[in-house]
Design a protein around this ligand. Structure first.
Ligand SMILES: Nc1ncnc2c1ncn2[C@@H]1O[C@H](COP(=O)(O)OP(=O)(O)OP(=O)(O)O)[C@@H](O)[C@H]1O
Ligand SMILES: [Mg+2]
Length: 247
């Protein structure tokens, strides 16, 4: 049974004069992984930050479980069950690994994730829990950022560019967690430039091109030509190598 958790309708978002998101609509259903793909500057982070309450839209609706959340403060959205793993991780680097997780637990709902549970998910963490975040590798920091979002026990997890700056093997390990997180009842909205990785874990794909929806669909129904076209735009797609989708 698919039940819409998050509903975005006709969302338009500006940065000053610049229209970063233009009349975008989509829904995220219970238990679903939806991947938003799009090139540099397509508006992906702007969209996620707006859903998390860190940026105000110009117009349009954002509903969470049927409740209009457009004017709600970010921490109240966390309390309702929306957690963001921001682009670039944004950890508190002068704090320890464990202190970062404690910050995430601050507005936590009741649910399956506790700091202990995060330590089971990432078994290297307990030995390193007193280390400062700056002493951790990029992949380890990304894991802490995911853990910090999960201890709030979100119903919807917003993941912004998990692959950023990480080696392919680390990206694969991080993405391997996605099914496990979903198995705990969390629905996920992923934003990615790494098309192949994002599409692999997706139930549905939504492509943004310069702030507008250029393609939506189920991965199995989409060809790599369609994705190229939607990702790069008609002109560039002809001249640009494929972003690695398909096969
Ligand atoms: N704080 C800001 N002030 C002004 N313009 C901004 C701001 N943040 C983003 N923009 C602009 O809005 C557009 C969308 O940016 P956004 O960061 O949402 O894209 P993105 O798809 O996340 O890109 P990337 O893949 O590089 O992370 C871009 O043109 C960007 O320059
Ligand atoms: Mg971004």
């Amino acid at each position: 049974m698919s039940e819409s958790l998050l509903e975005v309708r006709g969302l338009t978002i500006h940065h000053g004069q610049l229209c970063a998101i233009d009349d975008v609509s989509f829904s995220l259903n219970q238990g679903e992984v939806l991947t938003m793909i799009g090139a540099n500057g397509a508006g992906k982070s702007t969209l996620l930050r707006t859903i998390a309450g860190l940026h105000h839209p110009t117009s349009g609706a954002i509903e969470f479980q049927g409740v209009d959340i457009v004017k709600m403060q970010p921490n109240r959205r966390v309390g309702l069950g929306i957690s963001l793993v921001p682009e670039g991780r944004r950890l508190f680097s002068s704090m320890t690994l464990e202190e970062n997780l404690q910050v995430g637990a601050f507005h936590a709902k009741k649910g399956p994730f506790s700091i202990e549970r995060i330590y089971e998910l990432f078994d290297w963490m307990p030995q390193r829990r007193k280390q400062h975040v700056w002493q951790l590798s990029g992949g380890e920091q990304q894991a802490v950022a995911i853990g910090r979002a999960l201890v709030a026990n979100p119903k919807v997890l917003l993941l912004d560019e998990l692959s950023l700056g990480l080696a392919p093997i680390i990206v694969e390990r991080i993405y391997a967690l996605v099914p496990e997180i979903v198995a705990h009842g969390v629905s996920i909205l992923i934003v990615e430039q790494d098309v192949a990785q994002g599409v692999t874990v997706a139930n549905r794909v939504h492509c943004l091109l310069e702030g507008r929806t250029s393609l939506t669909g189920v991965p199995a129904d989409l060809t790599s030509e369609q994705i190229d076209h939607a990702y790069f735009g008609a002109e560039l797609a002809k001249a640009t190598p494929q972003p690695g989708v398909g096969e």
